[in-house]
Design a protein around this ligand. Structure first.
Ligand SMILES: Nc1ncnc2c1ncn2[C@@H]1O[C@H](COP(=O)(O)OP(=O)(O)OP(=O)(O)O)[C@@H](O)[C@H]1O
Length: 475
């Protein structure tokens, strides 16, 4: 009753409200039906006085004379008011939240994602109850592999305090899958609006920590699904002097890359894609891969290794990967001849390489980047390469990295023992062997075997003759 009064302004009389109800119909002397309830049900009609009244008066009367309407309407208005109030409170809370709290979302497709998780796993003042283990394999120079574990914040909620401000962290894993086959993940950081400037500071620390981890190291990327993924732990940079090539080879390639790297505007001004391709060809174990690693170290680049013959690699994926090489990274296509020898037939495993030769050419031509792109290809069989691949623009410099010359044999010995006198002795013995060829990898094998003693290396030089160490001769 009180509601009805409030609705009708308290004008209705008790008698009006107490009027008898017959089957839901309210009768009045002169009437005109206005169907307010249900057109199909005659009992659901509300009949109102037609005399002299305007619309508002009519409605007012109708409300005041109709307890059902008054009560229902009242509830409706009250409900609406509550809803409005609720929405108002929610909007206000939302507004206050937005005013006071700031969110930062980092997706796992972004580099900062790994950096941040790594930063947090090393951060002392954190509260994390859900942890994920990240297993890493470190390959040492001698080939041995060590396993390491890191505990990173797992999916769930975490807290940490940074420079007197509290941060709430939520790591979420979505059902959705990236093209790379990885589930989509996000980390959301929340903090008070007044502390928002600390977010940049945290990300910067995380980036610097990642850079420091990679300082003096070369990061190897491998194609994984449609993305590049870091392969193993970053390796110690290979020193360029540790690779012994024949006279002038190293210098000519180093000079060419230096010249290329400072010619960005020259390329851009002429509308020429800013990229350069190198082919290193020669017998196995002559140092092609080692030299590329050393070049990457020298120029502070990383290496993205792509196996073009990989089953399931398609032309589209190849083009995508080539156009999304991580920055400051050399693209390395190893054993490029092998990728297309069997491209029309199945491999032993029953796979067929999905990349077509024209797909490779298109991908090489289509590499469009504001940044420089340096591509290295290696092969033991340059004669098997299609001339189309060798044309400038795709491969700009072809260099033979051959079996060891006398110059290299001496240099290798000096690098291991640093003894000029013994080097002469070794060279004499080496020439007496009259080997048609020896690879630098074979020499390394001998010197590693007798690493502390040059005399033993000289005494055991016959090892170089052993068939398993033999290499094929390369013209
Ligand atoms: N010229 C060289 N100077 C120094 N070390 C070398 C040289 N050549 C080969 N080695 C050593 O031999 C091993 C194999 O070398 P690497 O893999 O670079 O040869 P590759 O020419 O790339 O062989 P492949 O054609 O089989 O891929 C490495 O451990 C490397 O250190």
């Amino acid at each position: 009753m009180a509601l009805t009064e409030w609705l009708t302004g308290g004008k209705q009389s008790e008698s009006q409200l107490d009027r008898p109800i017959v089957q839901g119909v309210i009768e009045t002397p002169t009437t005109q039906d206005i169907s307010l309830m249900n057109y199909n049900n005659p009992h659901d009609k509300v009949q109102v006085d037609n005399n002299n009244v305007g619309t508002f008066g009519t409605l007012e009367k109708m409300i005041s004379s109709n307890p059902y309407f008054a009560a229902g309407g009242g509830l409706m208005v009250l409900g609406a008011s509550f809803a409005l109030l609720k929405n108002g409170v929610a909007s206000f809370a939302n507004l206050m939240y937005r005013r006071m709290v700031v969110d930062l979302e980092i997706r796992n497709s972004d580099k900062s994602y790994e950096w941040f998780l790594n930063w947090m796993s090393n951060y002392k003042h954190r509260v994390s109850r859900q942890l994920s283990v990240k297993t890493t394999f470190v390959q040492h120079q001698n080939g041995s592999v060590a396993t390491g574990f890191t505990f990173v914040p797992g999916p769930g909620n975490h807290w940490f305090k940074y420079k007197k401000a509290w941060f709430f962290v939520k790591r979420e894993r979505s059902e959705r899958i990236h093209n790379s086959g990885q589930p989509m993940e996000t980390v959301t950081l929340k903090t008070l609006y007044k502390d928002r400037y600390l977010l940049a500071s945290i990300l910067d620390e995380a980036r610097q920590m990642a850079m420091k981890l990679n300082e003096g190291k070369t990061v190897l990327y491998k194609s994984w699904g449609q993305d590049w993924r870091i392969f193993g732990k970053p390796r110690k940079k290979r020193v360029i002097d540790s690779v012994i090539l024949d006279k002038n080879i190293k210098e000519s390639i180093l000079d060419d890359i230096k010249e290329f790297l400072k010619s960005g505007s020259w390329y851009h001004n002429r509308g020429i894609p800013y990229r350069r391709g190198y082919l290193l060809y020669g017998p196995p174990g002559s140092g092609k891969t080692s030299f590329i690693q050393a070049l990457a170290g020298e120029f502070d680049y990383n290496i993205a290794i792509m196996n073009v013959g990989e089953p399931n690699l398609t032309d589209d994926r190849l083009a995508y990967l080539m156009n999304n090489i991580p920055e400051h990274t050399i693209l390395l296509l190893e054993d490029i001849d092998a990728a297309f020898n069997n491209r029309t037939q199945s491999t032993e495993k029953g796979y067929v390489s999905g990349v077509t030769f024209s797909g490779l050419l298109n991908a090489l031509d289509g590499v469009a980047s504001a940044e420089e792109v340096i591509t290295f290809m290696t092969t033991n069989h340059p004669e098997k390469l299609d001339p189309a691949l060798l044309r400038p623009g795709r491969i700009d410099m072809k260099v033979l990295i051959n079996n060891a010359s006398d110059y290299q044999v001496r240099q290798m010995f000096m690098r291991f023992y640093d003894d000029a006198e013994k080097a002469e002795e070794f060279m004499k013995a080496f020439k007496e062997l009259e080997l048609p060829y020896v690879s630098t990898a074979q020499l390394q094998g001998l010197f590693v075997q007798f690493k502390e003693n040059p005399n033993l290396a000289i005494d055991n030089i016959d090892i170089l003759k052993s068939p398993h160490m033999n290499n094929f001769f390369y013209e």
